[in-house]
Design a protein around this ligand. Structure first.
Ligand SMILES: Cc1cc2nc3c(=O)[nH]c(=O)nc-3n(C[C@H](O)[C@H](O)[C@H](O)COP(=O)(O)OP(=O)(O)OC[C@H]3O[C@@H](n4cnc5c(N)ncnc54)[C@H](O)[C@@H]3O)c2cc1C
Length: 646
C-alpha cells in the first residue's frame, strides 16, 4: 500500500506527548522527524551558551524517544532551512510537511516565508498549536481589537472554552525511508569545546528532556504548588523551575494547565485558601507566558521598540561602563550584584530578582532596555524571546499596564524586604559574607569598624554604589521631563507643518522605520489546516477581519501621562502610522530590512575592571529610609505593582 509520507519539522516542541504535528503525521502514514539547525538564520538572536547546552541535551533525549517508537530523529546543520527541508522532501518523496507554531518575531518571518515557498512548490503544509492554550488570533476584545493589558487579556482567556486534549504519544511510528545529509548531536556544534567545562556543572542542577519535564511538573504539583503564593515572593526559594522545559516545548502547556486545574478543584473542595490562591497565581504566571506570545504576534516589532511610542524620545544613557558594571555584578548595590552574579554563574534567576536587576538597569542606570533584553537572552537558561521582551517592556514602562516609568524602587529597601537576613547576598557575594544582616544591603552606611570586622574595603574589594539612589531618582525625573518635552516638540512640528527635525536620542534602531507589511491575501490555502498559523499584518481595509485589528494604543500618539497606566477603554480609530507595521514580511527584501533593524548591543568585555565607575558617596540630602519606603509604597498603587504583574 502506498502510504503518505510526512516530514515532521521539530523546532521548540521537543516532546512526543501532546504534540499535535507529530500526532497528525503519525495518524496518516510514514513519518520523517527532522530537526534543522541553521545558526545563520538565528542572526542576533543566536542562543546563548547555556540555552544551547539545554537544547543539545533535549535533542538527544527526544532522539531516543522517537527511536523507541520506531523512527529516527534526523539532525541537519545547514545554511538554509528551506533548502534542507526541500532536500528531505525530495529524498524521501514526501508530500507533506507539518510543524507546530512559533510566535517570536524571528520565527514569524522565517516560518511565513518557508510556508509560502513550500506551498508554491505544491507541497502540502500544515501547522498546529503546540505551544499555547489559545492561539493569539483567537483572543480579541468585543470590538475585535487586540488587548494591550494583561488583566483584560487573561480574563478573556479564563472565560474561553478549552478543547479537550489527549496527552498520549503515538504508540508507534512508521518511518519514511530516505538518506539525507544528517549529522550527530555533537556535530550540530551547539557546544564549543571551550564551553564544555563551564557547562559541566549545569547537568548537576538540571535534567533537560521531555520525560524529565513531566517528572518536574508532577513533583511541583504534588509538593510545591501549594506554597507558590509565598515562594514567588522570596528570593532564594524556588518556584516551579519549568521555564526552560516550557521554552523548548518539552512540556505541553495544556497539560500543565489541566494538571493545576485538578488541584484547584481539590483545594476548592477542601476550602484550602492557600492552595486556592497559589493555583490562581500560578495559572496567572502561565497566562503571562501566553500573553508574551500574544503581544509578539499582535505587535511583532516589540523586540525592537516599545509598544508605547512615547519611549521613542526617552534619553537613554548608552554608557558602556555602566552596562559592564551591571553585567559583572559590580554596581555596589548588593542585591543587584548578587542577582547578576547568580545569572552569570547558573543561567537562572528568580522572577523577583529579574525584576530587581532589570529595573535597576533601566531606572537607575538609564540603560536602553533592549540592551538588557539581549543580555538576558544571551545568558538565561530559559532564554525565551517573547517572555524576555514582555519582562523588559513591563519594567521599562513600555506597556500600557507596565510598571510606571517614574517609579524607582530602592535596591536597599528591596534587599531588606526580599532577603531580610542577607543570605542570598552572602551566598553570591563572598566578599560580603561576613557583613552583619543590618548592613548587608547598604554597606556604605556601615561604620569603619563594622566594615573592617567584615573584611570589606569599599572601593577596593567591593565597589561603592555606582550612583547615589537619590541622584538616580533626580536623573530619572529629568529624563522623563526631557522625553515629554521632545515629544511635545515633535507634535508641535507636525501640527505646524514645519519639517523641523527633532533629535531622537534613541539609538539607530529606533530611527529606522519598521518596514510596512504588505502580505498578499492568498485566500484560503487548500493545503493549510483549519487551525493554521496566521501571520501578523497591518492591512487596514474595511473588510479586515476582526482578528487583524490592532489595539487603540497603537492608534494614538501617546496616551496622556495620567492615563498611561489606567486607561484601557479609549475608542479605537483607524490607524495609519508606522507603529502598526509588522516585521513579518513575505519578501526576502523585507526580511533584509528587518535584519537591518537589529539593535546594537555593546560587545561584552571579559576583564572585570573597566574605567573607574562613577562613584558617589552617600548623599547628605538622602531621605530617611522610612520616608523612602513610604514613597515606594504609595507609588505602587492599586495592586499595579510590577511584582504583581511580572
Ligand atoms: C526582565 C525579565 C526577563 C524575563 N525573561 C524571561 C525569559 O527569557 N524566559 C522566561 O521563560 N521567562 C522570563 N521571564 C519571566 C519569569 O521571570 C520566568 O518565567 C520565571 O522566573 C521562570 O521561573 P519558573 O519556571 O520557576 O516560574 P514560575 O513562577 O513557576 O511560573 C511558571 C511558568 O509561568 C511562566 N511565567 C512566569 N512568570 C512569567 C512572566 N513574568 N512572563 C512570562 N512568563 C512567565 C514561565 O513559563 C514559568 O515557567 C522574565 C521576567 C523578567 C522580569
Amino acid at each position: 500500500m502506498d502510504r503518505s509520507k510526512t516530514i515532521v519539522w521539530f523546532r521548540r516542541d521537543l516532546r512526543i506527548e501532546d504534540n499535535p504535528a507529530l500526532a497528525a503525521a503519525a495518524r496518516d502514514g510514514c513519518v520523517f522527524p527532522v530537526f534543522i539547525w541553521c545558526p545563520k538564520e538565528e542572526g542576533q538572536f543566536y542562543p546563548g551558551r547555556v540555552s544551547r547546552w539545554w537544547l543539545k541535551q533535549s535533542l538527544a533525549h527526544l532522539g531516543q524517544s522517537l527511536k523507541s517508537l520506531g523512527a529516527e530523529l534526523v539532525l541537519i546543520k545547514t545554511h538554509s532551512t528551506v533548502a534542507a527541508l526541500l532536500d528531505c522532501i525530495e529524498t524521501i518523496g514526501a508530500t507533506r510537511v507539518v510543524f507546530n507554531h512559533l510566535y517570536d518575531p524571528v520565527s514569524l518571518v522565517r516560518d511565513h516565508n518557508i510556508k509560502e515557498k513550500l506551498v508554491e512548490l505544491g507541497i502540502s503544509v500544515q501547522s498546529y498549536n503546540g505551544d499555547l492554550l489559545y492561539e493569539p488570533w483567537e483572543i480579541y476584545d468585543e470590538r475585535g481589537y487586540a488587548f494591550t493589558t494583561f488583566e483584560a487579556y487573561w480574563d478573556k482567556c479564563l472565560h474561553m472554552q478549552m478543547e479537550p486534549v489527549s496527552h498520549l504519544p503515538p504508540w508507534r511510528l512508521v518511518p519514511a525511508a530516505g538518506t539525507v545529509m544528517k549529522c550527530s548531536v555533537e556535530e550540530l556544534g551547539l557546544e564549543d569545546e571551550a564551553e564544555k567545562s563551564s557547562n559541566s556543572l549545569l547537568g548537576r542542577g538540571w535534567s533537560p528532556g521531555w520525560s524529565n519535564a513531566d517528572k518536574a511538573l508532577t513533583e511541583f504539583a504534588e509538593q510545591h504548588l501549594i506554597d507558590y503564593v509565598e515562594s514567588r515572593l522570596k528570593v532564594g526559594t524556588s518556584t516551579s523551575l519549568l521555564s526552560p522545559y516550557l521554552h523548548f516545548g518539552e512540556l505541553s502547556v495544556r497539560k500543565v494547565f489541566q494538571c493545576v486545574q485538578l488541584k484547584q478543584l481539590l483545594w476548592a473542595k477542601e476550602e484550602n485558601l492557600m492552595g486556592k490562591e497559589s493555583v490562581t497565581l500560578f495559572l496567572r504566571s502561565i497566562g503571562l507566558r501566553e500573553y508574551s506570545r500574544y503581544l509578539c504576534f499582535n505587535f511583532p516589532f516589540t523586540h525592537e521598540r516599545s509598544l508605547l511610542s512615547n519611549l521613542k524620545y526617552f534619553p537613554w544613557n548608552d554608557n558602556q561602563v555602566h552596562f559592564k558594571a551591571w553585567r559583572q555584578g559590580r554596581t555596589g548595590y548588593p542585591l543587584v550584584d548578587a542577582g547578576m552574579r547568580e545569572l552569570w554563574a547558573t543561567g537562572w534567576i528568580h522572577n523577583k530578582i529579574r525584576v530587581i536587576v532589570s529595573s535597576f538597569a533601566v531606572k537607575v542606570l538609564l540603560l536602553p532596555w533592549r540592551w538588557g533584553m539581549k543580555y538576558f537572552w544571551d545568558t538565561l537558561l530559559d532564554a525565551d524571546l517573547e517572555s524576555d521582551i514582555l519582562g523588559w517592556q513591563y519594567i521599562s514602562g513600555s506597556l500600557p499596564d507596565a510598571h510606571e516609568l517614574e517609579r524607582l524602587d530602592n535596591p536597599e529597601i528591596q534587599g531588606s524586604k526580599f532577603d531580610p537576613e542577607g543570605e542570598y547576598v552572602r551566598h553570591w557575594l563572598p566578599e560580603l559574607a561576613r557583613m552583619p544582616a543590618e548592613w548587608i544591603h547598604h554597606p556604605w552606611d556601615a561604620s569603619i569598624a563594622v566594615l573592617k570586622a567584615a573584611g570589606v574595603e569599599l572601593g577596593i574589594n567591593y565597589p561603592k554604589p555606582i550612583i547615589d539612589i537619590d541622584l538616580a531618582r533626580e536623573r530619572l525625573m529629568e529624563a522623563i521631563f526631557k522625553m515629554w518635552e521632545m515629544e511635545a516638540a515633535a507634535r508641535a512640528s507636525n501640527t505646524n507643518g514645519t519639517n523641523e527635525v527633532v533629535v531622537d536620542n534613541t539609538d539607530d534602531t529606533e530611527n529606522l522605520a519598521i518596514p510596512k507589511v504588505v502580505l498578499k491575501d492568498k485566500g484560503t490555502c487548500p493545503t493549510n489546516s483549519s487551525n493554521d498559523q496566521r501571520v501578523p499584518t497591518n492591512q487596514n481595509s474595511k473588510n479586515i477581519p476582526a482578528y487583524r485589528k490592532r489595539s487603540k494604543y497603537m492608534e494614538e500618539e501617546r496616551p496622556q501621562p495620567d492615563k498611561l497606566h489606567n486607561d484601557d477603554k479609549v475608542a479605537g480609530t483607524s490607524r495609519k502610522d508606522e507603529d502598526l507595521c509588522s516585521t513579518a514580511e513575505s519578501s526576502s527584501a523585507k526580511k533584509q530590512a528587518t535584519s537591518r533593524c537589529s539593535f546594537s548591543v555593546p560587545q561584552y568585555c571579559s576583564s572585570s575592571e573597566g574605567k573607574p565607575l562613577q562613584e558617589c558617596e552617600s548623599s547628605d540630602l538622602r531621605q530617611p529610609l522610612q520616608a523612602q519606603i513610604e514613597m515606594e509604597q504609595s507609588s505602587s498603587k492599586d495592586g499595579k505593582q510590577l511584582h504583581s504583574i511580572v
